[in-house]
Design a protein around this ligand. Sequence first.
Ligand SMILES: [Zn+2]
Length: 145
Amino acid sequence: MELYVKPVIEIDINQVKYFVGKDLKKLKKEMEELRLKVKKATGYTWDNSHFRLTIHNKPVMNIAFYTTQISIYNHKTGDHIGDFNKNFTMIDATVLKDWALQLEKGLQRCLICGAWVKEGKGYSYAGFACNECYDPGVHLPPDPS
Ligand SMILES: [Zn+2]
């Protein structure tokens, strides 16, 4: 019997400054190389992104690197929080840290107005809207499949 493990790569929120000024294509390549090293070391059949952003050693966001954007998801709920579509700046690093602090408080980000709220509703795939923005005619429920 082989020991089956699932590796994750955790990046502390204070480390995201490392992304600043990097070309997104290069950053994706670098993160991909890191992922492949971990995959090889653990023998995990790993092709998806298992990158987490942590604050005070607790994972709060999942982060996916693409050649044209960085996508951020709520670690707890899986909801999409936002994307960074240009090369990452120091302002972006500050925004991410703010998001980490809000998530740590148990709040969720409305994908429409950007407000951090305690309650709201999920819609379509990984969407989340606050009660003020939620429109049942527009925001269809999450696909149950
Ligand atoms: Zn809203």
